[in-house]
Design a protein around this ligand. Structure first.
Ligand code: GRF
Length: 199
């Protein structure tokens, strides 16, 4: 079976991206990371990509104020690297419609909550964990889903749960969830690459 070619979009730390790259390197995911795009020139994600010898591009709204041109720039890079699967790994920008249409059904995201709860516009990072704690939820977790035009909305491919403790802070909960993200995201991508999950 041919290796899937993965293209990443990431804004900050890129720890999920790294977990997936490590899975490809160890052979547990039958895929190759071929390109990394970030809207943030100082992101750890770009640094990690360079360290791994993966082509890395900084593409931002500042460089491309016209949303269509921004979309085309992203599409061109993904096409040039023959990307099969687009992986959003902490990408803090809403992906443009043109990119979503071009790679329809082949864009994945990870969200740090059990969707459909705690998703949607404005629900990201610490806001998610704060809302979970405010509602005194007993459990939280993470969700890998297909990206469509709506925030945190497409088909759910997998979830992992964690307990929520009464003395949790948004930070302690985020850390517990992130640990699961690093297992779930590579697992789902591995299952797509092996044909166990059909997208
Ligand atoms: C994760 O919590 C992920 O769920 C969310 O953004 C964060 C990214 O972390 N979409 P990292 O950049 O992978 O370290």
């Amino acid at each position: 079976m041919n290796k899937l070619k993965l293209g990443f979009l990431a804004s900050h730390g890129g720890s999920n991206m790294q977990a997936i790259i490590d899975g490809c390197k160890s052979g547990s995911i039958n895929a190759i990371p071929v390109v990394v795009i970030s809207n943030n020139s100082n992101s750890m994600a770009l640094e990690r990509a360079r360290k791994e010898g993966i082509p890395a591009y900084h593409i931002s709204q500042k460089k491309y104020p016209d949303p269509d041109l921004l979309d085309y720039a992203i599409i061109k890079i993904l096409e040039n690297h023959q990307v099969d699967l687009v992986i959003l790994a902490g990408y803090m920008k809403k992906l443009g419609t043109k990119v979503i249409q071009r790679f329809k059904g082949r864009i994945l995201n990870i969200h740090p909550a059990l969707l459909p709860k705690y998703g949607g516009e404005g629900m990201y990072g610490h806001f998610v964990h704060e809302a979970v704690l405010k509602n005194k939820e007993k459990e939280s977790g993470c969700t890998v889903h297909i990206v469509d035009e709506l925030y945190d909305h497409g088909r759910i491919l997998g979830q992992a749960k964690v307990p929520v403790f009464t003395d949790d802070t948004p930070e302690t909960l985020a850390t517990r969830v992130l640990e699961q993200e690093h297992k779930l995201y590579p697992e789902i991508i591995g299952n797509i690459a092996s044909g166990k999950i059909v997208i």
